[in-house]
Design a protein around this ligand. Structure first.
Ligand code: OGA
Ligand code: NI
Length: 365
């Protein structure tokens, strides 16, 4: 029997004042670690997720996040169909998969990790200047992406770059600028391939998603999870589904990312050269829940730092076109499961909701 996990929202020890003081220091979790603490501040303690992590129920060894090899995508029709089938099966049953031989070479991926690490471990004044929570800034550095709405803080710092076609690259810290700009181009090509495979998997013309510009905005989140003296008491990022269309994630070789699958917490084991693809809530909605957006979290660890880069792929955030279940996929037997909504409203809802809820629940029919 799969274990069951309780997600209570009853986290009581948050102290907005302590968090505010921490935030005003602008040095993030890394600043705390550098100061030599051996105990974590109370506002980082997660009573909610501790019981979840404490479960030592063994995960059946055949439960592994699918790894899809794109090497033979152009070889012949049979190979192409096979890959489409793998993408479909992984997206329906897991909502997450890894891809290898996707076109961005391993050296480049390793360089991205290295440069992101250099930023987080680099010049303190540069970081301090960038530290802010103003969503209108396309490039910013901060710890804990959302304010403490409820619950405790999480053990990670993030550099954010919102690629929406207007970002001025000179705003990106010099230490990682060139690498990030190049990586963004590489990811755009990977997304083109993924959009084609996902379109075909859903029975649509190959260029369907690309032609609709569902990859217009690409906020890139460059995370740094410092080593934690009391990892059992806190979390790198709490359980969530991604609000995106898809997310393409690069992780280093430390591990710590887990997905909730059939009631089990399954490790997304680092594979050299791989990118992790998460189906986001928007694609789940678009597919009328045929594809799954899976819950995942990142553990805090004594080992670290852990680096990851999440590129979130979404339609234009100011799009005025209604978004919802694709009509082509609907029928009397398959009625829409969510109402249509406008992306700007969806974003507003996302920013104001409790962190444990998926935004989609607000639009459920
Ligand atoms: C995210 C996320 C996982 C990771 O940014 O949404 O789930 O490994 N990140 O950093
Ligand atoms: Ni995520």
């Amino acid at each position: 029997m799969a274990p069951t996990y309780e997600f209570s929202t009853n986290q009581t020890n948050s102290s907005p004042k302590d968090f505010q003081e921490f935030d005003e220091r602008k040095t993030g979790v890394k600043g705390l670690v550098d100061s030599g603490i051996s105990k974590i501040p109370e506002f980082f303690v997660h009573h909610q997720e501790i019981s979840l992590k404490a479960s030592d129920q063994a995960v059946p060894c055949d439960l592994q996040v699918p790894v899809i090899d794109l090497q033979s995508i152009d070889k012949d029709e049979a190979s192409y169909k096979q890959i489409v089938q793998e993408v479909l099966e992984a997206s329906v049953s897991w909502g997450v998969f890894q891809v290898v031989n996707h076109g961005v070479v391993k050296d480049e991926l390793e360089n991205v990790i290295e440069k992101v690490k250099e930023f987080h471990e680099g010049n303190k004044e540069v970081k301090e200047k960038l530290y802010n929570r103003d969503q209108s800034n396309k490039v910013r550095f901060l710890s804990n992406l959302s304010h403490l709405q409820s619950g405790a803080a999480t053990w990670r710092d993030t550099l954010v770059c919102v690629f929406d076609g207007t970002l001025d690259p000179t705003q990106i810290p010099l230490v990682c600028r060139e690498t990030i700009m190049k990586y963004k181009e590489g990811i755009s090509r990977v997304v083109e391939i993924l959009y084609e495979l996902l379109s075909v998997a859903l029975g649509l013309p190959p260029d369907y998603m690309k032609a609709r510009n569902y990859d217009y905005t690409k906020p890139m989140f460059m995370h740094y999870y410092p080593p934690c003296p009391e990892p059992e008491l806190t979390i790198g990022v709490r359980m969530h589904t991604d609000p995106t269309f898809i997310t393409v994630l690069l992780q280093d070789d430390l591990g710590g990312l887990q997905v909730l699958h059939d009631g089990y917490l399954v490790d997304v084991t680092p594979v050299p050269g791989a990118l992790v693809v998460n189906i986001g809530d928007l694609l789940k909605c678009f597919s009328n829940d045929k594809l799954k957006s899976t819950e995942h979290h990142v553990l805090a660890s004594k080992r670290g730092p852990r680096i990851s880069v999440a590129t979130c792929i979404t339609p234009a955030l100011d799009s005025e076109k209604p978004f919802g279940p694709l009509k082509l996929l609907l029928s009397d037997e398959n009625p829409p499961l969510h109402q249509e909504f406008l992306i700007p409203d969806y974003v507003k809802t996302y920013l104001s909701k409790e962190p444990n809820n998926s935004v989609l629940s607000y639009y459920k029919i």
